[in-house]
Design a protein. Structure first.
Length: 136
């Protein structure tokens, strides 16, 4: 397995099966060109098998941390350590960028995700509730 940073829209389009929907070229370009955005793709025998995205967030009194935005492993490649390896690779990238920590929001009933993040060194920091507000 090789884990490489995605640098082109074409790389994201080639890994489209790892995303929830089609990769839009304009959105992919915006993601890739934004400072603080990270997209890593795991390749098995040259084929995209998993991806993780992260976004740096900086606050004046806290410094910079990395949010693990999304993790996906192709169903045929699950339970082989790819998710853990991607999470660890993002954590290493965050450390190299000077981030003080990495965090991820996880549904409390998503046992596979919880096991993956724990295997990569994450610990439960307590109850978390996420609220959203759609914008027009």
């Amino acid at each position: 397995m090789d884990i490489l940073p995605a640098r082109t829209v074409g790389e994201l389009q080639a890994a489209e099966g790892l995303f929830d929907g089609p990769v839009r070229a304009d959105w992919a370009e915006r993601f890739l060109s934004a400072a603080g955005h990270v997209m890593l793709i795991a390749y098995v025998d040259g084929v995209p098998a998993g991806m993780v995205s992260g976004i740096e967030m900086t606050h004046p009194d806290k410094g910079t941390e990395m949010c693990l935005y999304e993790l996906s492993v192709d169903e045929a490649h699950r339970r082989r350590g790819i998710g853990r390896a991607l999470t660890e690779a993002l954590a290493a990238e965050a450390g190299a960028r000077g981030c003080y920590g990495l965090w991820v929001g996880v549904d409390t009933d998503n046992e596979a995700a919880l096991a993956t993040y724990r295997a990569a060194g994450a610990r439960d920091e307590g109850v978390f509730r996420m609220l959203g507000r759609p914008l027009p």
